[in-house]
Write a protein of this length. Structure first.
Length: 309
């Protein structure tokens, strides 16, 4: 029997573990290796407080994990299959066994959203990618297409620019969502061309990507662009399949939480990219994780009858 089981090992999960273990709650983190943290798809983090010279995502996660372990948190590499309510505790079934816990903090994160266009699945791993840091070296001196207009799309494009000979950015609007400092860096790239008000319609090729077809949504004009790679950054999908019929989710599958990170089920809290927060940043996930941990502590003490009054 655990006081709290944390599902997920990204920033939100690791900070939750750090806080709950420091609060002397018996804490276990369940890590699904098939669902890596979104920040691992980024080259570096330069806006996390205390690291003016920037830090790699892997190093930051490693520091979070060591800090949580130092306070006594346990870790296990397991995939959560099912959650069930039993009296005053929760039962979690994984691909390796079963656990009992008084409370749960869901920090399961998210994964890249698909465009669902022709050729996207067919050429995955053969020119189509959702991770610049993973695959950019394969496109040295090649021509690539990037789809998206938010921070992630621009950050990934900046990284790809270290390798690619030519980059065409496709965005469905006439301006970008990304923060101004990122836009300034993007617009300074000599090999960049932007196709405004356009969407990707089709990815084509034989054994690998050879070209894409795009359409201007204002003029309906279609255009073909020769390329060897397509990088897609159009949002995320929450990893919340295992929560269906357990807690309330919004229309996009994100966990609905209140200001204390409580779900609609007593004893289940959530934080990070799997929730319906408006800003998906490491610093936000960390702050929400701290709130979720304190809320879990208060709930655990109430269940045990030792709450402070």
């Amino acid at each position: 029997m655990y006081d709290v089981i944390i599902i997920g090992s990204g920033p939100a999960g690791l900070v939750s573990a750090m806080y709950t273990a420091r609060l002397r709650l018996k804490s276990l983190v369940l890590q699904d290796l098939n669902l890596p943290s979104q920040i691992l798809f980024t080259e570096k983090i330069e806006n996390f407080p205390g690291f003016p010279e920037s830090i790699t995502p892997a190093e930051l996660l490693d520091r979070f994990k060591k800090q949580a372990q130092n306070f006594g948190a346990s870790f296990s590499k397991e995939k959560v299959i099912k959650i069930e309510k039993e009296k005053n505790f929760w039962k979690i079934k994984t691909d390796k066994g079963n656990y009992q816990t008084i409370s749960i903090i869901v920090a399961s994160g998210a994964h890249p959203k698909r465009l669902k266009v022709e050729g996207e699945d067919e050429f995955l791993g053969r020119g189509v990618s959702f991770c610049a840091v993973c695959d950019a070296p394969f496109f040295k001196n090649k021509e690539i297409v990037v789809v998206g207009g938010g921070d992630t799309a621009v950050e990934e494009t900046l990284y790809l620019a270290k390798f690619a000979k030519k980059i065409t950015l496709i965005h469905r609007r006439s301006s970008l969502r990304a923060t101004k400092i990122l836009q300034e860096r993007l617009f300074s790239l000599p090999q960049l061309k932007i196709e405004w008000n356009s969407v990707l319609k089709k990815i084509e090729g034989k054994d690998r990507v050879e070209k894409v077809k795009i359409v201007n949504i204002q003029t309906q004009e279609e255009k073909e662009i020769a390329c060897q790679g397509v990088f897609i950054f159009v949002g995320i999908v929450p990893n919340t399949e295992f929560l269906k019929d357990i807690v309330a989710l919004d229309e996009n599958g994100f966990v609905i939480v209140d200001k204390k990170m409580k779900t609609d089920q007593e004893g289940i809290f959530a934080c990070g990219d799997c929730t319906d927060i408006s800003l998906r940043q490491v610093v936000v996930a960390s702050g929400c994780a701290a709130i979720a941990s304190i809320s879990a502590k208060e709930y655990i003490e109430k269940v045990k009858g030792i709450e402070y009054k």
